[in-house]
Design a protein around this ligand. Structure first.
Ligand code: NDP
Length: 316
């Protein structure tokens, strides 16, 4: 009945296919993308009904643009039933950190800080929907309670004592833990921070707003453009390896359906949950909820992360 979902980074990969799946289920899909031409081409190529989609510009790497987007969306009469925090950058080969508009390390700024601000700004509107959900893309590599999260290449996600955030996260600081820059770990840290954020949203706001907060790992979607900065040999071997050795490979349309399930299906109405389909894909296997590792469940540290994040995005 005209339910509205915003999906960030819907111009490719998981977000694009989630947009298609939800449009097919009758939702109105707001594709929040940094490059609208690319997003329109991708939506056409994927066959997303133009009547069911709306393209809106959003650059998560600029907090001013996040504020502009939220203000442009949250106008009188606006409706928001679900928000999907999906966009991400992964740049494992950088020798030195890139910086966001506000001077923060770019992968944490895009994947985590931009999404934190966006969710906070849209929370009051979302909370007015009859059955609202806030869904965040996590990843197995950020969760050491799952096997995939224990693979120490290049290093497991670990936010340490948060001293990089404590110090203001501006150059030369490039990591949340304040240690020397490691680009692959910066991505994992950003995803762990997103998973902690979702837990904190649940703890702080579920009872009062009724919003269902969940994270999911859709499986290893090894052939999305996420890996565009990985070495060419990796990009050809990784999908093959995931298909034939680990069995973790998931095609983009199925990953999109899984996100759509977590957004729209009554079976996913529990809040404060991380959903996984496991590391080895088994046809027809149902999703199950998964514990977060000790690194994600240290409550005092998680509260501190929330407070420091508020300061960095200008809400403190
Ligand atoms: P893609 O690279 O295909 O998609 C990422 C999307 O994020 C693109 O639409 C990209 O836009 C967008 N984006 C990047 N930077 C910004 C920005 N500054 N502002 C707005 N949008 C931006 O990756 P995937 O589909 O693979 O990943 C989607 C999510 O799924 C991520 O959160 C990822 O961590 C997660 N995930 C992926 C897995 C996988 O195996 N692929 C496994 C587990 C989780 P543009 O087109 O302009 O570049």
């Amino acid at each position: 009945d005209g339910q509205v979902v915003i999906i960030t980074g819907a111009s490719s990969g998981v977000g694009l296919w989630a947009a298609r799946a939800l449009a097919e289920r009758g939702w109105q899909v707001v594709m929040a993308c940094r490059d609208l031409d690319r997003a329109a081409r991708a939506a056409d190529a994927t066959g997303i009904d133009p009547e069911r989609r709306r393209l809106m510009a959003l650059d998560l790497a600029d907090l001013d643009d996040v504020r502009r987007f939220a203000a442009a969306f949250d106008v009188p009469g606006a409706r928001l039933d679900a928000l999907v925090l999906n966009a991400a950058v992964y740049m494992p080969r950088l020798a030195a950190p890139l910086r966001s508009a506000q001077g923060y390390e770019l992968s944490v700024a895009t994947n985590y800080l931009g999404h934190f601000l966006l969710a906070r700004l849209l929370l009051p509107l979302l909370g007015r929907a009859p059955a609202p959900r806030l869904v965040t893309l996590g990843t197995v590599t950020a969760n050491s309670a799952e096997f995939g999260g224990r693979i120490p290449i290049p290093a497991p996600a670990d936010l340490g004592d948060l001293s990089g955030f404590e110090a203001g996260f501006q150059a030369p600081v490039a990591m949340i833990d304040g240690k020397p820059f490691r680009p692959g770990k910066a991505y994992k840290d950003s995803k762990l921070a997103c998973m902690i954020m979702s837990r904190e949203f649940h703890r702080r706001h579920h009872a009062e707003t009724g919003i269902v907060f969940s994270t999911l790992y859709p499986g290893c979607v090894a052939d999305t453009p996420l890996f565009r900065h990985a070495p060419p040999a990796f990009r050809s071997i990784f999908p093959w390896f995931q298909k034939n050795v680990t069995g973790g490979y998931v095609a983009q349309p199925l990953a999109g359906e899984r996100v759509a399930d977590v957004v729209a299906d009554p079976g996913f109405a529990a809040s404060g949950v991380h959903w996984s389909w496991g590391n080895r894909q088994v046809a027809g296997r149902a999703a199950f909820s998964q514990p977060l590792s000790a690194r994600g469940t240290d409550e005092a540290r998680n509260r501190r992360l929330w407070d420091l994040t508020e300061k960095l995005v200008g809400l403190g």
